[in-house]
Design a protein around this ligand. Structure first.
Ligand code: C2E
Ligand code: CA
Ligand code: CA
Ligand code: CA
Length: 278
């Protein structure tokens, strides 16, 4: 509840009305934002921990809003996800990602792209067909497209999500469980899903340099993942010491500010160039 000042004016808490109004505004403006180039896709590299080769990118959405400036996804994705517009968002990001993956292939680089899915995509039975169509239109092998999904997304309606996941998997795309360790993750749950990859949530990775229990969680997720035949990715790698520990623990892939922040395409290309030509 908002605290009330001397004059009875709410001083400290933002008004709920304002929050709802802004959310509502954002959702109503999002379609137009997509069509007018206000929405961008940034790319954050993933490297193989052994070889240090760049094996993939995560495609992350950004909105350059004419009034509010650069908005991070946490400010508008939840609102967009609550509407049918999330289809348009996912398609937009997937299209951008596939264009770049094709371009990299043409230059001899095998770099996969990961796109974040929301629950609504998994409830859309036409989604796998659209993915298959996009892959063939861009002539991208399915192994170079990853979808990241959170366990809460799948578990909120597993009966609807599972058939969609199975069809996506049958196309040959890679499926990853995102933010692993934060939800009601369990061995039993992971075994039920047609997934190939598990991404350790960054909250555990941040702390593993100094916190023994975080380190134990990371270690056990790596062991669990490997025992199920999954590729294990650590996100939120910010320090050399953490990367070294992950290598020692046998983690497969790392992503984080230590390697690079998410970058707009031109800056990602420059980063890639500087890394491969030396
Ligand atoms: P996520 O899928 O967990 O994405 C990883 C987030 O961690 C990104 O935040 C990334 O910038 C950040 N990150 C990566 N490495 C580090 C690090 O070393 N340190 C720190 N402090 N942060 C790191 P971002 O881009 O703000 O995205 C936030 C969330 O928004 C994503 O979390 C994802 O859930 C959602 N999101 C982003 N793009 C999309 C999209 O296209 N569609 C959907 N449905 N959701 C998206
Ligand atoms: Ca993700
Ligand atoms: Ca994540
Ligand atoms: Ca997240």
């Amino acid at each position: 509840a908002a605290r009330t000042g001397d004059a009875g004016v709410r001083r400290y808490a933002p008004s709920m009305g304002q929050i709802f109004l802004r959310r509502f505004q954002l959702v109503t403006q999002f379609r137009q934002a997509l069509d007018t180039g206000q929405v961008e896709v940034h790319f954050q590299p993933k490297i193989a921990l052994r070889s240090r080769a760049v094996v993939g990118v995560e495609a992350l959405v950004r909105w350059v809003h004419p009034e509010f400036g650069r908005l991070d996804p946490d400010e508008f994705v939840p609102a967009v996800e609550a509407t049918g517009l999330v289809d348009a968002l996912t398609s937009f990001v997937m299209e951008r990602a596939l264009i770049e993956v094709r371009g990299w292939l043409d230059r001899g680089l095998r770099i996969s792209a990961a796109v974040n899915l929301s629950v609504r995509n998994l409830a859309d039975e036409n989604f796998p067909e659209r993915v298959g169509e996009a892959l063939s239109r861009h002539e991208v092998p399915p192994q170079l497209l990853t979808f990241e999904l959170t366990e809460s997304g799948v578990m909120s309606d597993p009966e609807r999500a599972l058939p969609v996941l199975r069809r996506l998997h049958a196309l040959g795309v890679v499926l990853a469980v995102d933010d692993f360790g934060t939800g009601y993750s369990s061995l039993a749950y992971l075994r039920q899903l047609p997934v190939d990859e598990v991404k350790i949530d960054k909250s555990f990775v941040f702390g593993m340099g100094s916190d023994l229990s975080d380190m134990a969680v990371v270690r056990s997720i790596i062991e669990l993942g490997h025992s199920l035949g999954l590729v294990v990715v650590a996100e939120g790698v910010e320090e050399d010491a953490v990367r070294d520990q992950l290598v020692e623990m046998g983690c497969d892939i790392a992503q984080g500010y230590l390697i690079s922040r998410p970058l707009p395409l031109d800056r990602f290309e420059a980063w890639l160039q500087a890394r491969t030509v030396r």
